[in-house]
Design a protein around this ligand. Sequence first.
Ligand code: B4P
Length: 197
Amino acid sequence: MINLILFGPPGSGKGTQAQRLVEKYDIAHWSTGDMFRFELSNHTELGQLAKSYMDKGQLVPDEVTISMLKKRMESGKATNGFILDGFPRNIVQAQALDTLLEEKNLKITALLSLEVDEEELINRLLNRGKVSGRADDINEEIIRRRLQVYKEETTPVYNYYAEKQLAVQVNGMGTIDEIFEELCLLIDDRYTTQFVY
Ligand code: B4P
């Protein structure tokens, strides 16, 4: 089993790389951002609530996010493992994840942190905004707020896992293919002994 947290600021390539990794390693993909967008496209109450935070570049409240993820983890299959993408985003979420995994007798294999320059992040998100129309990707001010929230609330999560010797930095600059190759080399080199696929 391989249980990964794909970590990094908005626009660092978490969603992009997670999609490829889940295909290659046949593991589950749990993206809290995708879950919120799914709720939103289905016009649910949860989707409306999430939108009011996402559009402003803020985090959705912890109790809402944690209970949504818990439900998804309990109903989904993850025989070979999973990738968490966009979660945990603060220490409260990291502690909640510990409890959730402990109940299931599971452990995080590694947190892989994609390192990307700020100007590159802003360009990527603005480019995506032109195509996707995502409200949180169109406005540079909102993007900068998301990056600020990341610095203040999310970066401590890296240290939380670094203290457990589980955090690894990966160069997130370069083409999507190059970064994917680097991630696969790392996973195959360090973690395949725990993982049969
Ligand atoms: P997310 O959906 O997690 O979105 P994100 O941080 O923007 O990153 P994403 O993974 O989608 O983008 P990627 O870097 O792959 O979060 C959105 C919002 O949901 C949050 O702001 C928050 O409000 C809420 N939320 C989510 N999880 C939460 C939680 N746990 N707690 C509270 N609130 C939560 O890609 C970005 C763009 O870059 C793409 O267009 C991609 O094609 C491009 N790209 C990727 N790699 C590239 C490369 N190497 N070169 C060039 N372009 C690249």
